[in-house]
Design a protein around this ligand. Structure first.
Ligand SMILES: Cc1cc2nc3c(=O)[nH]c(=O)nc-3n(C[C@H](O)[C@H](O)[C@H](O)COP(=O)(O)OP(=O)(O)OC[C@H]3O[C@@H](n4cnc5c(N)ncnc54)[C@H](O)[C@@H]3O)c2cc1C
Length: 509
């Protein structure tokens, strides 16, 4: 059976958040779009599954860049503008920090957060608020500059704080505020969501993270992250996008230096003017381009030169009691025996024991997340891909169970309840699960690490030079907006914008 047309304007490889957002934006401009997804359902990591009759979120802890209904941030606004109606639920707190000498719950809102830090570490309010306001100013600049690039002198005039801090690490900027260690510890827990220790993390990234999460709070969809995937796919199809599932793209076809179509595992060759790909550039440049000699040497240098960021190890438990009865009182707990992010980052290269855990109880934002009388509780660590690459097939089960047991034991000791006595369902997701399910290179969920050597500002400047094959765009965590479900949407939109800009340029010639 042939279910393809002879030609499309754009083929999108991967029907997850990034790919579907790109498809939607292109369809909105009247283009003919085909999405090819190797699974039998949309969403990639943004998915859920059923065990023992209970639907279980596969990944999402919290989404950034959504905002309140009347004051949407860019991702929430995109869903609204595209007619993708998500039932957003606000997460009730920023996080509970369980750190040496600290048990503190902090809430979103810059002033609220600063007051709560001050209550735990008196005398810090003004400095913490000044720091959060600086983060917010940088965040506003990044949002404006990503849409309206401007000359360096203009940038200096209009975005002084951004320019002044762009060359500094998070550690260097934090040091200028002269805050006591405990206050710094309370400001650090989200570091894991961007995956670099503070000495190597550009302040720009920290600022955006803090301003978005602390300034506006975070959200989850009532029907799990798969609500986004299903509704994006449904809307895309209603707008004329053709989505075909169980279609693994093996090759991206290139002619005269330009992508011109794809070949699927089934052997279909499908033609298009442009290809947008969610697979990692590492995979595309090393095995997906046909002919292979159409890959410039610099493309291989680029993927070899970039450091892959973090992967995920998650234990998801469905427990046989409401959360309060198990002493679980928060939506989100970050727990560590130190908040030295550089040391924690070094440890993430190993196979545990992991010293920094992030735990989520969805029921606190979404009381109907599990049946009455039960709750869901996940314990996650985000290791570097390096350690997990060394695990041999014959050792995999033992390593997986050892790491999961350590994490459950740690949290059981914290709550004073043996969580294993209350398990209705247990699922262990490892870096291998992510790699197998989405095809992510080495199971990496965060794309390329943000470092002082590979800084987002430099990446913006080299983006054009790193465009190695014409008419081929990438979307996904490996692109400029980086990791996470919100950024995946933004990365997809950016890929679509690049296609539209290139089309307009060619039409003007
Ligand atoms: C345990 C865990 C917790 C997380 N928590 C959060 C969180 O709280 N907040 C947050 O914002 N983010 C979180 N993330 C990260 C977030 O899920 C991802 O960054 C985001 O979903 C990536 O979306 P994507 O569209 O870029 O890629 P993916 O979801 O990886 O999708 C890629 C898609 O492309 C398809 N594909 C790949 N290759 C091919 C091919 N050759 N042919 C056809 N199809 C192909 C795959 O099947 C897949 O559907 C978490 C991830 C994990 C694993």
């Amino acid at each position: 059976m042939k279910f393809y047309r002879d030609h499309y304007d754009v083929i999108v490889v991967g029907g997850a958040l990034a790919g579907l957002s790109a498809a939607l934006m292109l369809a909105d401009k009247g283009l003919d779009v085909l999405v090819l997804e190797r699974h039998n359902l949309p969403g990639g990591i943004a998915t859920s599954f059923v065990r023992g009759g209970i639907e279980i979120e596969a990944a999402l802890h919290e989404m950034m860049s959504i905002g309140e209904k009347n004051d949407r941030l860019k991702v929430g606004k995109f869903f609204d503008d595209m007619g993708v109606d998500i039932d957003w639920l606000k997460v009730p707190e920023a996080y509970h920090a369980s750190l040496p000498g600290l048990e503190v719950t902090l809430h979103p809102g810059l002033e609220t957060f600063a007051k709560e830090v001050d209550a735990a570490v008196p005398g810090t309010y003004d400095r913490v608020l000044r720091l959060l306001n600086l983060c917010h100013t940088v965040f506003d600049s990044v949002n404006e500059l990503s849409v309206h690039p401007m000359s360096k002198p203009m940038m200096l005039l209009k975005h002084e704080a951004f320019v002044k801090t762009a060359g500094y690490s998070t550690r260097e900027v934090l040091d200028t505020f002269d805050l006591p260690q405990k206050a710094l510890d309370l400001l650090a827990p989200y570091w894991i969501y961007v995956g670099s220790g503070f000495s190597d993390l550009p302040f720009t990234i920290f600022a955006v993270l803090m301003a978005d999460y602390i300034g506006y709070g975070s959200y989850i969809p009532r029907k799990f992250s798969h609500e986004m995937s299903l509704k994006l796919a449904e809307r895309a199809e209603a707008m004329g996008v053709q989505i075909e599932y169980r279609q693994n793209v093996e090759k991206i076809l290139v002619k005269d230096g330009k992508a011109c179509g794809v070949r699927t595992a089934r052997g279909d060759e499908i033609r298009a003017d442009y290809v947008i790909c969610s697979a990692y550039p590492n995979k595309v440049y090393t095995s997906m381009i046909e002919p292979a000699d159409a890959v410039p040497k610099d493309a291989i240098k680029m993927v070899n030169g970039r450091r892959l960021s973090l992967t995920a190890f998650s234990v998801i438990l469905i427990l046989d009691r409401p959360a309060e009865e198990l002493n679980i009182h928060d939506y989100s707990v970050f727990r560590g025996d130190t908040m030295d992010t550089d040391a924690l980052y070094r440890d993430l290269a190993g196979l545990g024991p992991y010293r920094y855990l992030t735990c989520i109880c969805h029921n606190y934002a979404n009381p109907g997340a599990t049946p009455p009388g039960t709750c869901s509780f996940s314990i996650t660590t985000l290791p570097r891909v390096d350690g997990w690459k060394t695990v041999k097939a014959e050792d995999y089960d033992a390593v997986k169970h050892r790491v999961a047991k350590q994490m459950i034991d740690d949290m059981s000791a914290y709550y004073g309840v043996n969580l294993l006595d209350h398990v209705l369902e247990i699922v262990i997701e490892t870096p291998m699960t992510v790699a197998r399910y989405t095809g992510a290179w080495n199971g990496c969920i965060y794309g390329y690490a943000h470092t002082m050597q590979d800084h987002i500002v430099a990446r913006l400047q080299t983006a054009e030079a790193e465009h190695f094959i014409d008419h081929l765009e990438f979307s996904g965590a490996h692109q400029i907006s980086g990791d996470g479900m919100g950024p995946a949407v933004t990365n997809g939109r950016k890929a679509a914008k690049n296609v539209l800009d290139a089309m307009a340029k060619e039409a003007a010639r």
